[in-house]
Design a protein around this ligand. Sequence first.
Ligand SMILES: Cc1cc2nc3c(=O)[nH]c(=O)nc-3n(C[C@H](O)[C@H](O)[C@H](O)COP(=O)(O)O)c2cc1C
Length: 170
Amino acid sequence: MGLKKVKIDELDFNPFTKIGKEWCLITAGDSVKNCNTMTASWGSMGVLWHKNVVTVFIRPQRYTKEFINQSTHFSLSFFNSEHRKDLSYLGKVSGRDNPDKIAEVGLHPIEIDQVISFKEANFIFVVKKIYHDQLESDSFLLDDLVTKYYPEHDFHEFFVAEIEAIYTKE
Ligand SMILES: Cc1cc2nc3c(=O)[nH]c(=O)nc-3n(C[C@H](O)[C@H](O)[C@H](O)COP(=O)(O)O)c2cc1C
């Protein structure tokens, strides 16, 4: 089954359910052999600086972040429920400890435009980094968020990235 490009205005996609409930893979790298991926269930999609953007939140210790740091682009890949267990595994095991984690779940990396995604993905967002920063303890307006989510002070870094293309299965 091939991929077709979809216009963002014609997209039938609920980011709250897709990211928050169904999760996605954030993948970066320069080839199918040199890439890494991680599961994400936090993130947002919207408009900033008159651009259609995604924002992803990644803790500093994630191996995938090293690949994102080295790339101009990365991808967000969404799957049907049959791959839930794969995303669960890829969200527990680090590529730093286990470089074969993608092969172990049986997903097939593909190169598309300037990013790496997966043959099995239903929706692929090709995005270009445009802003990068880290959440700051002093900027939180609710103290309990820091206590609850950052007991080790490993504040998420965030990347705002412009959506350059979206693909779905034909
Ligand atoms: C459902 C789910 C959602 C997750 N969401 C995030 C997230 O939004 N940001 C993050 O930094 N880690 C998130 N994680 C944790 C990473 O996916 C996990 O630490 C992963 O093993 C990192 O892999 P890596 O070290 O190879 O990059 C999530 C894990 C799961 C299971």
